[in-house]
Design a protein around this ligand. Sequence first.
Ligand SMILES: *Cc1c(COP(=O)(O)O)cnc(C)c1O
Length: 431
Amino acid sequence: MTYKTLIEADRSLLWHPYASMVDPPPVFPVVSATGVRLMLADGRELIDGMASWWCAIHGYNHPALNEAVTTQLKDMAHVMFGGLTHEPAVTLAQKLVEITPRELQTVFFADSGSVSVEVAIKMAIQYWAAKGRPGKQKLLTIRQGYHGDTFGAMAVCDSVTGMHSLFRDVLPEHYFADSPRTRFEDEWSDDDIESLRALAENHHDDIAAVILEPVVQGAGGMWFYNPAYLDKVRQICDQYDLLLVFDEIATGFGRTGKLFACEHSRVSPDIMCLGKALTGGYMTLAATLTSAGVADTISAGGEGVFMHGPTFMANPLACSTALASINLLEQTGWQQRVENIQSQLQAELAPCRQLDNVIDVRVLGAIGVVEVDRPVDMHVVPHWFVERGVWIRPFGRLIYIMPPYMIDPGELTELTDAIYHVASKLSDEKQ
Ligand SMILES: *Cc1c(COP(=O)(O)O)cnc(C)c1O
């Protein structure tokens, strides 16, 4: 197919994420990807600033991950997980339990981040039912959160920034506290926890769990808040008999400068969701980890089992690739790389602050965000980035990057230059 026929066929056939079939935003046919570069069908090369939405932490087409896939493929691509087990699932589970907070001891494999959140919610409800408190079925969360697109997950997303207000009437109603306003690097203020504390105090008899993204709120606003918030939330959960669920689907595997974002505090959740970078961006796989206490209580409850079991649970190809990805992370000095990316992003995005349409610039770990004063036109701006040889996909008022960790300084500069260029072009257009 030629470049043009491919685009035309795509337009008439395919839905893209949060897109229209009638007035679709531009799409760019890609034929291959290697390292930090995407190759387009017309021969152009783009430096990737998105890591395919947090996933491709090692870049694309990595020999070690390719090897894990092909080796596993020779044994088996998939078998059902009901009544069968296999080494890829067992060794990956051992590894996840080893690298996550000590309290987390059991692993449920799911197919996507959203499903791992559904699983976490069901676990929290089943936990309290097993404890003889079936009235505890609501969730308490914070505004500006994002936890996925399926119904249970949607119900704990911010209905405004999460784009789900249309479904309000069919979704279960949960409790939303104000999200913390104290920035990551600023001094903690106790006022920040009052909203969540008040809701917990008034409604704890209905509430099964608090669920939130620790330290970095991703798709709901790319906001980095003070980790002291997590300590306060943990105290409140303990005081009021609430489980604590951390959604580390975006933040896990080094992105914020710690292996998991909760390590910016000393807090362990009772349940943790992982996804996105779990397989290094190769395949869809997610996991819900729980403490032994949560697992034992659910299993001792009236049902005697946990009520969930996806068809593709613990897919061996995905598990093998995930294990290879974690091993690779440990072998490649990720912490130094992320630290270097952070310093460079801080230095190179700072000039954006001078632009009159830039409201905020923030950096944490290998995440850089430039917030402008109005939503970016997604029919136009993607072309500007592609013309400059980079792949950066803004969202609303946010122009942000989270590149693969192996990006070199020169390539990262091309990304930050492109962001400055686009932000200033947006500023000029305003005049
Ligand atoms: C992406 C994301 C999800 C949903 O994961 P999917 O794999 O898209 O279902 C949930 N929570 C957070 C924090 C995410 O970033």
